[in-house]
Design a protein around this ligand. Sequence first.
Ligand code: FAD
Length: 412
Amino acid sequence: MTSATERVVIVGAGQAGGRAAEALRAAGFAGEIVLIGEERHAPYERPRLSKSLLLREEPSSAALLHPRDWYTAHAVTMRTRTRVEAIAPKSQTVITAEGQRFEYSKLLLCTGSRVRPLSGAPDGLPGVHYLRTLEDSERLAAELVPGRRLVVIGGGFIGLEVASSALKRGLAVTVLERQSALLDRVLPAAIAAHVASLHATHGVTLRLGVPVARIHGNAAVKSVELADGAELAADIVVIGVGIIPNTELAETAGAASSDGLTVDEHCRTSLDNVYAAGDVTNHYNPILRRRVRLESWQNAQNQAIAAARNIAGVSEPYAEVPWFWSDQLGANIQMVGVAEPGMDIVWRGSRVAFGLVEGSLRLAVAFNAGGEIRFARRLIEARAQLPRERLADPAHKLKDLLTEATCSASTP
Ligand SMILES: Cc1cc2nc3c(=O)[nH]c(=O)nc-3n(C[C@H](O)[C@H](O)[C@H](O)COP(=O)(O)OP(=O)(O)OC[C@H]3O[C@@H](n4cnc5c(N)ncnc54)[C@H](O)[C@@H]3O)c2cc1C
């Protein structure tokens, strides 16, 4: 049990930080909660930033987890515009940039990630954008004027969502990707090709397999030059070449880290009484049987809840099959599991693709067919051998395959 004299300090008031504060109270934590974040907003979720907010379909406030008075009502002391500069693990204290000190009984790090800068890109050139914060989204939304030419550098999910929103707002859009396929880090090429054809069919120009050499412009961006010498005129450039987890604060205090802060199934870092959740972590996933660093809404929410419950004394491992969604050009794309090199790809009609390793399901991707994802997730959990031809045949329900797989697993 926790006592009213305990204090949990949460560093990072993003999605994970906000959800953790909520989950601490839901789990009955009666002590003090201090939530410290360097942005000026109360915690908000980022997925809308590249979708409805760029399309100006909703106000920015739609992204907030809760209105500010929710935090007061739940006795969460929120310090926005406040950066934590250091952790002193021996005295169990965090120190802010202004020198304020907060002692903690337990510390939860939800410092998330920041955009990876494109090397050689000019700093602060008008018309060149990155997208991570509400302000980034508002600035970009204001520039999405019909008829303008947008060049997106990076064919990952965020770049492709920006392309989709900009196309819908009447811009001419080109996506550049240095790899030979879109979504190279997260999807097998055979499935990513489906996303590429979706964009090409809607009129997005794709240039794959050529790195960017330079961005040109003096008072404002004018063009993007490719390594093959081609020069593309641009009124707006959006750079989406990945993120970097914000691990430095904890690393400096001595926390173990390797492609994200190392945490165990209970979200504990290597420092006593210090936990972490969300984009910043690298956790052991018992279902996948390996460590992963995830950049997703699901992980930010559910790992934060798991961390909070463990802090509140409910010992509970965090074990979920990774799930991600993206909305592009009228397609709702959902993926469950993770891609692995050399996967055997099986299409079930034209809207669902599976990735198998040695006959067992590890990845499913659904295009406007989210209903299949629930069973695919459970088939991944079951790790059963699945007959390729029945997976490929939409006449065979996944639900039935799951029943067979779980029955044969329980038969002695
Ligand atoms: C444009 C966009 C669209 C996305 N769309 C999807 C989607 O469709 N589906 C999906 O699954 N995922 C999506 N994601 C990913 C998802 O939003 C992230 O995985 C999630 O936001 C991670 O949450 P987090 O709380 O771990 O980190 P963050 O959201 O990065 O929050 C961390 C917070 O900590 C603060 N901070 C960092 N260091 C300090 C410090 N030292 N002191 C004080 N504060 C600090 C930061 O300022 C930030 O506010 C999207 C992300 C973006 C940017």
